[in-house]
Design a protein around this ligand. Sequence first.
Ligand SMILES: Cc1ncc(COP(=O)(O)O)c(C=O)c1O
Length: 371
Amino acid sequence: MEIANFGVEEWLNVYETQATLDIAQSTIASMTMSELMALSPDNGTQFYQDLAQQKMNYGAIEGSEAFKQAVSELYQTVNSNQVLQTNGATGANLLALYALVKPGDHVISMFPTYQQLYEIPISIGATVSYWQLDEANNWVPDIAELKKLIRPETKLICLNNANNPTGTVISTELMQAIVEVARTVGAYVLVDEVYLPLGEGQQTTSIADLYELGIATNSLSKTYSVPGIRVGWLVANETLTDLFRKYRDYTMICAGVFSDQLAVYVLQHRKQVLARNRALVQRNLKIFKAWVAQEPLVDVVYPESVSTSFIHFKEIEDDEAFCKYLLKEYGVLLVPGKRFEIPGHARLGYCAPEATLKKGLAELSKALRTY
Ligand SMILES: Cc1ncc(COP(=O)(O)O)c(C=O)c1O
């Protein structure tokens, strides 16, 4: 099975260790174990005691009941039997795509998005139609375009809400309209929901609560700031979950007892983590907006309180050459737009630690003038 190189991951694998000012990442500033433990009144004493007693066996294969219960509470209509633990959202997407897509199937994927969502179907031998997001339309998907792409035999629609790299959100109304289109042909809708918009009062609805053939994938990597534990999940109706169980047995056994325990802890302290991250997103978004307002060489469709943004260089065409220059001369890391197949742009992760963001933006302005 041939597969294309994964543009963003390949770039990060090579360059992220070289950066002194990393403003490329889409995670909201990752947390340390100390920060996490400080969220509990006993500063993690009980957590570490439980861990010391924990046998390092395989643990609960699908994720512990406490994990599945905590995840199911994130949704309106989901019970714990509909939850499967995975190795990150990457593992959840892989599982769903591997189980559902067959050679010759027709799949629709939004574009740009996380490359996994269209490249795995292509590698399996599916025909993929791209639902193009248009910058002139603020990167918001146009339902009329989806209606043109859908076919009687369409098997699956792949979406990413909120979107990486643009930071735009599919509203509940638009998602309902998408579901109506999918329902006409009985297509599954897979939505990678790793980016939760964190604006005050801002809400989205999970596909798991909107559509009987919806599959929601998610993880603790972005919104919850703990990518290091590699825990994600997949939620779908019980028939689909059973199908995924079969494929899951071939692709992973468990995420590991340590990761499961920490995942449960993070989910139990979810309100505190989200409060921290909501404040961080709002604070950093202000800094980012102030920088864009005074930087004539860049424009952007502002992200909707989502931790990734996609800036447009007004005078640079070869974004990758510029990003290499920026890294070499100024130590600043972005992800070139070319890595999302959208040249002239770059992903800027403004939810880095505040000092890194401020210095990174200042250096980026210098580089735009010296390049
Ligand atoms: C849309 C999307 N899904 C999944 C992932 C990977 O998530 P995880 O670390 O949970 O595997 C990323 C990482 O950039 C992403 O942008």
